[in-house]
Design a protein around this ligand. Sequence first.
Ligand code: AP5
Ligand code: MG
Length: 217
Amino acid sequence: MNLILLGPPGAGKGTQAQRVVERYHIPQISTGDILRKSVKENTPLGAKAKAFMEQGQLVPDEVVIGIIDERLRAPDCHPGFILDGFPRTIAQGEALQPILAKIGKRIDHVLNIEVNEEELVGRLTGRRTCKNCGMMYHLLFHPPEREGGCDRCDGVLYQREDDREETIRIRLKEYERQTAPLIQYYRVKNMLRSVQGIGEQDQIFNRIIRLLDETPR
Ligand code: AP5
Ligand code: MG
């Protein structure tokens, strides 16, 4: 099963992707996570991406397209994959087709997680992530059992650099300008499946399972 998760910053793409990984045993490919790791490790890729990410801007298409081209060839993607945060522009969507054709794959579902802007800002300002295992928390909606520590691995929780309110607003504008057009792009191809992203995380995951298990591929 090959999936794309679409949705604005804070919609819950990463949260739901982690659950899809556990249930369907396919890897989550988050361009955001790959880029953050490169920034942290000071790699050449990280150096190219850092300033864009800190300002809430998208990293140039050719950079992320290169990442995806390489990542999708890895053996763990043979049974399927979840693209979380890619494509993010029409140009990236167009570039994905020949990348998939080369490896004999196609997208089965594009899941669009829908959440309104005020809810998004609240989610992002309260988000905390485990430095060690990447598990996601929220100070109010999904707090860890021990303040500042991960329930799963006891790692330290941190706040993402781009989760400051002024950067969040820029990310949301960039989403509207560059990413939201992909909704119509996939709708006309009859690939889009919309999921209401408000409610309990379990409830939203059940909506996703229903779509994945019931929609004919
Ligand atoms: P990226 O890391 O992809 O960030 P994003 O799209 O802004 O999305 P987020 O990760 O912020 O949100 P999410 O939808 O994953 O929500 P989450 O599950 O964490 O990208 C970061 C940057 O990298 C970009 O700005 C860009 O610079 C660059 N980049 C990445 N990909 C790129 C690309 N393809 N092209 C160009 N540049 C690219 O949930 C958020 C919070 O809400 C959490 O605290 C969670 O606990 C909570 N939450 C989740 N579900 C619920 C719920 N149901 N109710 C209440 N709270 C909830
Ligand atoms: Mg994410």
